[in-house]
Write a protein that binds this ligand. Structure first.
Ligand code: FAD
Ligand code: NAP
Length: 602
C-alpha cells in the first residue's frame, strides 16, 4: 500500500483509527511477531479482559496506520495500547500501570478519559437546547459561545442569532410597524387623537435591546442552574477529541470530551464588491443601530430582506429593495409575489433584476449618504442611487471554516461550508454531531434547531429513538402582510406529483378588522394543495394575511396528523376569523372560478 499523500485520505484514516479507539475498551496496535506485543496480549488474557488487537503486519495499510499513530500519539513503536479511549503507551508503560494499579483504574473507567461527556460549540437556539437537555440527563456538559464582531463592530450576548439578531428583534420591529397601521385604522374605529404621530427609532431600539439583554441573562442563569459549564470563548478543534478555546483577551484553554455537537450557526454574507464591508450594514447591525437608518436600500429578496425592508417601510422610511431574480426563492411564487405586491402598494420600491457593483461614501454620518451603482442582470444598463443606509441581505454563510474541522476529520460540503449528517445528526466522524443552520439541506429555523438538539440529547443519553422530523415544517415570513406556509409549494407539488394529480383550492379573503378602515380588500389569500392520489391529503398550505404564524401553527399540526381536504371540510370554523377560510374552501384553481369575497362571511 503506497503512503497516503493527500489530506482527505489522511483524515479518513485518522477517523478510522479514532473510531477504533472510541469503540473498544482495550485496543492494542500490535505486530504478530513482536515479543513485547505478545507480553501485553498475555497480560490482558491473564486479567480476563477482552482485548481487541490490530495486527499491523498482517494488514495492507499497516505502515500508514503506524505513521498516523505516530502523528496522533507521538509513538510509532508497537505495542501501542489504548484503554477506555486513553492512550497508555507501549509494553513498559502497560506493565508498569499493571504494577501500580493504574491499569485496573483505567479499565474500570474510574479515571475520566475526557474532561467532559459532551462539549457543545455554539450557544444559539440548537446548542443551548441540546446542552441543557444533556445536562438534565446527568451528563457533564460544556457549551462555548463566542460572537465575532461585525465589520461595523457590532457584537452581542449569549443565545445566538434568534435572540440577538434574528427572530426576536425582527418580530418586535415588525410589531412596531404593525402598530403604525393599527393607529391609522384606529381613527376609523372612532379613536380621536390630535398629536402628530411620529416614531422614535432610539426608543424602540433601546426597548428591544433591553429585552434582549434580559433574555441573555436568563440563558446564563438557566445554564448555571442546570450545571452546564458556559465559556465565552471561540472554540476550534485541534484533535478529534480536543478543542482550543480562545477568550476575548486571547487566553487559550484546552478541553477534551467524549462527544461534540457543532451548533455554530451562520453569519451574513457580504457581496464582495467595493465598499460593502466599509459602508454597508447587515441584519447583524440593524437591530442595535444607534441611529435611524433613513432612506434605505435593501439588497436581496428573501426572508431577511423582505422582513427588514417591510418593517423599515412600516416605520415610515423610504425603502427600496434590489432584487436579483425572484422574491423568496424556494417558496410558492404565487404567494411570494402577492406578499411583494402588497409591499409595493404600501410604498416599498422594488428594483427588479439588478445587482449592486459598488458602494461609495458621499457623506460620513449617522446616517451618512452612500452612492450605490448597480447593473442590470439582463442588459448593459447601469443605474445609480443615493441612500442613507445600505442593508445587505443576500444570504448567510455557515460558520464552519475556522473551527478546525479538518483536524477532527469532519467532512464539509466545499461548495457552501454546510455539514452533511445522517438522519441522527451524526457527521462522518462518529463522536461529532451537528445541528441547526449549519446542516446541509435542512431548514434554517429556530424551532428546528431546538427540536433537533433536544431529540439528539435524548437519543445520546436516554436511549430514545425519536428523530427530528424535517418534513412539513411550518414557517412564516413576517412581511407587512404575513405569509405562512407548510409543506409543498404549488411548483414543487406539480413537479413531484404532476399537474393532473393535484387539486388546488384557493380563496381571497377580507379580514373583518380590515373592513371598517376599508383597506386591503381582496389582498389576503389562502390556498391548499391536495394530493388526489392520496385521498386528497393536504400537501401544501399557504396563507397570506394577518397573524400568519398563529394561523399556520395549528394547520402544521393538522398536516403532521395527515389532514385531508375532507377533514378540513368537516372541521367547523371559528367565526369571525381569518383561519376559518380553510374550512370552507370550495373553488379549485383549475376551475378558474371567482375567488373574490364581498365581505367577511363570503
Ligand atoms: P445560532 O443561533 O446562530 O447560534 C450559533 C452560535 O454559535 C452563535 O452565538 C455564534 O456566535 C456561536 N459560534 C459560532 N462559532 C463559534 C465558535 N467557533 N466558538 C464558539 N461559538 C461560536 N428563525 C425562525 O424560526 N423564525 C424567525 O422569525 C426567524 N427570523 C430570523 C431573522 C433574521 C434576521 C435571521 C438572520 C434569522 C432568523 N431566523 C428565524 C433563523 C434563526 O435565527 C436560526 O435558524 C437559528 O438561530 C439557528 O440556530 P443555531 O443554533 O443553528 O445557530
Ligand atoms: P436566503 O434565503 O439564502 O436568500 C438570499 C437572497 O439574497 C436571495 O433573494 C438571493 O437572490 C439574494 N442574493 C444572493 N446573492 C446575491 C447577490 N450577489 N446580489 C444580489 N442578491 C443576492 O437568505 P436569508 O434571507 O438571509 O435567509 C437565511 C435563512 O434564515 C433562511 O433560509 C431562513 O430559514 C432563515 N430566516 C427565517 C426567517 C423566518 O422564519 N421568518 C426570517 C429570516 C431568516 P436569488 O434568489 O437570485 O438567489
Amino acid at each position: 500500500m503506497p503512503p497516503i499523500e493527500n489530506d482527505t485520505g489522511k483524515n479518513e484514516l485518522k477517523t478510522r483509527i479514532q473510531d477504533l479507539i472510541d469503540s473498544n475498551q482495550v485496543l492494542v496496535f500490535s505486530k504478530s511477531y513482536c515479543p513485547y506485543c505478545v507480553k501485553v496480549k498475555d497480560l490482558f488474557k491473564e486479567l480476563k479482559v477482552e482485548c481487541n488487537v490490530v495486527e499491523l503486519d498482517l494488514m495492507e495499510e499497516g505502515t500508514n496506520y503506524q505513521e498516523m499513530l505516530l502523528e496522533m500519539t507521538g509513538q510509532k513503536t508497537v505495542p501501542n495500547v489504548f484503554i477506555n479511549k486513553t492512550h497508555l503507551g507501549g509494553c513498559d508503560n502497560t506493565l508498569k500501570a499493571h504494577k501500580d494499579g493504574s491499569l485496573q483504574q483505567l479499565l474500570s473507567g474510574e479515571n475520566e478519559a475526557y474532561d467532559y461527556d459532551l462539549i457543545v460549540i455554539g450557544g444559539g437556539s440548537g446548542g443551548l437546547a441540546c446542552s441543557k437537555e444533556s445536562a438534565n440527563l446527568g451528563k457533564k456538559v460544556m457549551v462555548l459561545d463566542y460572537v465575532v464582531p461585525t465589520p461595523k463592530g457590532t457584537s452581542w450576548g449569549l443565545g445566538g442569532t434568534c435572540v440577538n439578531v434574528g427572530c426576536i428583534p425582527k418580530k418586535l420591529m415588525h410589531q412596531t410597524a404593525l402598530l403604525s397601521t393599527a393607529m391609522q385604522d384606529a381613527r376609523k374605529f372612532g379613536w380621536e387623537f390630535d398629536e402628530t404621530v411620529k416614531h422614535n427609532w432610539n426608543t424602540m431600539k433601546e426597548a428591544v435591546n433591553n429585552y434582549i439583554g434580559s433574555l441573555n441573562w436568563g440563558y446564563r442563569v438557566a445554564l448555571r442552574d442546570k450545571n452546564v459549564n458556559y465559556v465565552n470563548a471561540y472554540a476550534e478543534f485541534i484533535e478529534p477529541h480536543k478543542i482550543k478555546a480562545t477568550n476575548k483577551r486571547g487566553k487559550e484553554t484546552f478541553y477534551t470530551a467524549a462527544k461534540f455537537i457543532l451548533a455554530t450557526g451562520e453569519r451574513p454574507r457580504y457581496l464582495g464588491i467595493p465598499g460593502d464591508r466599509e459602508y454597508c450594514i447587515t441584519s447583524d447591525d440593524l437591530f442595535s443601530l444607534s441611529y435611524c437608518p433613513g432612506k434605505t436600500l435593501v439588497i436581496g429578496a428573501s426572508y431577511v430582506a423582505l422582513e427588514c425592508g417591510g418593517f423599515l417601510a412600516g416605520l415610515g422610511l423610504d425603502v427600496t429593495v434590489m432584487v436579483r431574480s425572484i422574491l423568496l426563492r424556494g417558496f410558492d411564487q404565487d404567494m411570494a409575489n402577492r406578499a411583494g405586491e402588497h409591499m409595493e402598494e404600501h410604498g416599498v420600491k422594488f428594483l427588479r433584476k439588478y445587482v449592486p457593483v459598488k458602494v461609495e461614501e458621499l457623506e460620513a454620518g449617522t446616517p451618512g449618504k452612500l452612492k450605490v451603482t448597480a447593473k442590470s442582470t439582463e442588459t448593459d444598463e447601469i443605474i445609480e442611487g443615493e441612500y442613507n443606509t445600505v442593508l445587505i441581505a443576500v444570504g448567510r454563510d455557515a460558520c464552519t471554516d475556522k473551527i478546525g474541522l479538518d483536524k477532527a476529520g469532519v467532512k464539509v460540503n466545499p461548495k457552501n461550508g454546510k455539514i452533511p449528517v445522517n438522519d441522527e445528526e451524526q457527521t462522518n466522524v462518529p463522536h461529532i454531531y451537528a445541528i441547526g443552520d449549519i446542516l446541509q439541506d435542512k431548514w434554517e429555523l429556530t424551532p428546528v434547531a431546538i427540536q433537533a438538539g433536544k431529540l439528539l440529547a435524548r437519543r445520546l443519553y436516554a436511549g430514545s429513538k425519536a428523530k427530528c422530523d424535517y418534513v412539513n415544517v411550518p414557517t412564516t415570513v413576517f412581511t407587512p402582510l404575513e405569509y405562512g406556509a407548510c409543506g409543498l409549494s404549488e411548483e414543487r407539488a406539480t413537479e413531484l406529483y404532476g399537474q393532473e394529480n393535484i387539486e388546488v383550492f384557493h380563496s381571497l379573503f377580507w379580514p373583518l378588522e380590515f373592513t371598517l378602515p376599508n383597506r386591503d380588500n381582496n389582498k389576503c389569500y389562502a390556498k391548499i394543495i391536495c394530493n388526489k392520489l392520496d385521498n386528497d391529503r393536504v400537501i401544501g398550505f399557504h396563507y397570506l394575511g394577518p397573524n400568519a404564524g398563529e394561523v399556520t401553527q395549528g394547520f402544521g399540526a393538522a398536516m403532521k396528523c395527515g389532514a385531508t381536504k375532507e377533514q378540513l371540510d368537516g372541521t367547523i370554523g371559528i367565526h369571525p376569523t381569518c383561519a376559518e377560510i380553510f374550512t370552507t374552501m370550495e373553488v379549485t384553481k383549475s376551475s378558474g372560478g371567482d375567488i373574490t369575497q364581498a365581505g367577511c362571511c363570503g
